[in-house]
Write a protein that binds this ligand. Structure first.
Ligand code: 5GP
Length: 238
């Protein structure tokens, strides 16, 4: 399989076409942004840590019968994925109140959310990812109500799998963001699951081990991402 020209380049990842029209190469870069691109930086090895964490989690999900776009690693920070038709909906699952939900609603930071809260946002940076409901999503032609119901159900199953996997590794997952796409007539998980797209807290200290370190200048991002990789893929990261 041969990597070809760039298909698109986002804030933290670049997607390349390949000589197989059904496959793409997704490169995890060291650049990172926050607040819809207003804050920018670059951190050595960030792309590698996110790629290796995503690879492990996609593998875990596939073992649990969740369909994903992941195929195999192309290099340390590049993965081969199915060329899916991305659904422009960001699906956020929340177990503990943090981030925007604390700003927008009267939740207390760190408050458990039982049962978990699922929010769907329209993926559109210029509009600051406004929240969707089923009617708006259907009217925009993003996804049908049936598709959204299936996505919500899958997101909650993924949540259970992640909590069970992370708990013995000393990690809490207050929230995370998923993206789905269409592959033929099925809906599969796309994008990434990494320190850029999840909140991870150390179970004991409740310290952030994720992109909040960059968002809110809370310390050394590379060592936090290294720590998550060490707990999630100890066979690779010592
Ligand atoms: P919040 O709504 O608190 O900003 O984000 C909730 C969770 O979803 C966090 O784990 C955050 O990393 C993730 N998330 C939400 N929107 C985005 C986004 O546009 N990009 C990334 N990388 N993560 C997001």
């Amino acid at each position: 399989m041969k990597k070809m020209e760039i298909l698109n380049s986002g804030k933290a990842k670049t997607v390349y076409k390949t000589d197989d029209p059904d496959l793409l190469v997704m490169e995890f870069r060291n650049s990172l942004t926050a607040f819809d691109g207003a804050k920018k930086s670059s951190v050595p090895k960030k792309g590698y840590y996110n790629a290796i964490i995503s690879k492990r989690i996609f593998g875990l999900l596939e073992e649990n019968n969740i369909k994903t776009h992941y195929k195999y690693m192309f290099s340390d920070n590049e993965m081969v994925v199915d060329a899916i038709e991305i659904i422009l909906v960001e699906v956020i699952v929340r177990n503990i109140a943090a981030g925007s939900i604390v700003k927008k609603y009267p939740f207390k930071q760190g408050q458990p959310l039982e049962p978990p809260v699922v929010v769907m946002d329209y993926k559109d940076d210029e509009r600051h990812d406004p929240m969707l409901n089923e009617d708006i999503a259907a009217a925009l032609g993003l996804a049908t109500k049936e598709e959204l119901a299936q996505i919500r159900k899958t997101a909650l199953i993924i949540n259970d799998i992640l909590i069970s996997f992370l708990e013995p590794r000393g990690l809490l997952i207050p929230d995370f963001k998923l993206e789905f796409g269409r592959r033929g007539n099925e809906i599969v998980l796309g994008d990434e699951i990494s320190c850029d797209t999840c909140r991870f807290w150390d179970k004991q200290t409740k310290n952030s081990l994720d992109k909040d370190i960059f968002r809110f200048d809370k310390g050394d991002l590379a060592s936090a991402y290294h720590e998550v990789a060490r707990r999630i893929v100890p066979e690779v990261i010592k």
